[in-house]
Design a protein around this ligand. Structure first.
Ligand code: NAD
Length: 382
């Protein structure tokens, strides 16, 4: 039991409850470097994270026969934010589906009702040539695609394939949205925009889809009644796909449904060049009484079994996910900017893990990248 003195200090400063789930493969390696940065923040900034660590995925299955224990699920639900590495790998290929590593991730998403998926596209100056688009189009890019994750055509009923009397088949998927589902994703979009450049673009196909026309009507109302101070416009999804390539800087936050978000977020992600650089977040609705939302932050990449255990993985996607946590869960925009600036500095000095290296670059290990980040933070904070 903590003595009274320690307990007093803890209750005064340990105000940010963070659950870290490193997971499988390169997950623990990249998370180790993020822990270095979290420790740095504890030491150097006026903030203390109350960090606990748990098992998820194959690691949890090996330890307890399930991809996420009830205790870890409860810890996640009681935390202010969860930071996850990655799950999965060939070792668990023959495990029954309900216990597969991915089941742990799905349980977290389902039980915390994480319906809002955030995928930023952030282009760092030093990596501007890694994009397939011209440097002048993507330089300095910082946009956010917000995808509705739990409704729409991937879940709507009826769905299935039936055999017709003539022996041919008829396949059906159904796009379904309710007023409440559209309102809540838009509200997240407006709230996020207020922490960024204050602009929302709502994207649908109101010209040809009933759900699209309904979405547009609801978006117009929510914007006018609840967020009159946020710049707002609509765009058809096909035009949005073109505009992202033509002039991505016109956007700040794009809010869209599950299907269009799936495509547009991958399109935007590729502007930044590498899987090892892509963070993400998933959020629930805000609890009206506590003002809290559940939040899961994780890199877009998987457990990369081909390089796991070799100290080669790029930790920056996980670090940038932590940066998103600072910005969106903890309202620490200055510290989030600091993390991103440290990433700029490290890349600007020519350090690269193998996945983002071009010829002539200095290729460094996962741990060296972590050390360099802390050095960059030290320089910035000096
Ligand atoms: P992956 O993202 O793990 O790897 C794809 C390629 O990118 C590999 O060559 C890998 O070495 C490289 N790569 C990925 N992240 C990297 C990083 N941080 N630094 C350097 N290189 C990196 O995708 P995959 O190979 O299709 O899947 C491997 C396992 O991960 C599977 O079990 C899959 O189910 C799982 N997976 C998990 C998640 C998740 O946890 N959210 C997401 C995708 C895949």
């Amino acid at each position: 039991m903590a003595d009274r003195h320690t307990a007093g200090i803890t209750s005064m400063v340990a105000n940010k409850k963070l659950l870290v789930l490193p997971g499988d493969g390169i997950g623990p390696e990249v998370m180790g470097e993020v822990r270095r940065v979290i420790d740095w923040m504890d030491r150097r900034r006026a903030v203390t994270f109350e960090v606990s660590e748990g098992l998820v995925g194959g690691a949890a299955y090996d330890a307890g026969g399930t991809a996420l224990s009830d205790e870890t699920m409860a810890d996640a639900a009681a935390s202010d934010a969860v930071l996850l590495g990655a799950v999965g790998g060939p070792k668990w290929a023959d495990v029954p589906r309900v216990h597969r590593p991915e089941a742990g991730l799905l349980r977290l998403r389902k039980e915390m009702d994480l319906f809002a998926n955030l995928r930023p596209a952030l282009v760092f100056d030093a990596l501007v040539d890694a994009s397939t688009l011209k440097p002048e189009v993507v330089r300095g890019l910082d946009i956010l695609i917000l995808r509705e994750l739990t409704g729409g055509v991937y879940f709507g009923q009826p769905r299935g394939v039936e055999t017709l009397p003539d022996g041919s088949e008829r396949g059906v998927d159904t796009q379904v949205y309710t007023t409440g589902e559209v309102e809540r994703i838009l509200r997240v979009g407006f709230d996020l925009a207020k922490k960024r450049r204050n602009k929302v673009t709502s994207v649908e196909k109101s010209n040809v889809m009933e759900t699209g026309a309904m979405w547009r009507k609801i978006a117009t109302r929510v914007a006018a009644e609840e967020f009159p101070d946020v710049e707002f416009d609509h765009m058809l999804a096909d035009n949005c796909a073109m505009q992202l390539i033509r002039d991505p800087h016109q956007f700040d936050v794009i809010v869209t449904d599950n299907l269009f978000g799936d495509m547009l977020s991958d399109e935007a992600a590729m502007m930044t060049g590498s899987l090892g650089m892509l963070p993400s977040a998933s959020l629930s609705a805000m609890d009206a009484t506590s003002g809290r939302r559940h939040a899961l932050y994780e890199p877009v990449h998987g457990s990369a079994p081909d390089i796991a255990g070799q100290n080669k993985a790029n930790p920056l996607a996980t670090l940038l996910s932590f940066g998103m946590m600072l910005r969106y869960s903890f309202d620490m925009a200055e510290d989030a900017d600091l993390v991103e600036a440290a990433v700029q500095d490290v890349l600007g000095s020519g350090l690269r893990t193998a996945d983002i290296a071009a010829s002539g670059d200095e290729v460094v290990s996962t741990t060296r990248m972590g050390e360099a980040l802390v050095e960059a933070l030290d320089r910035r904070a000096a």
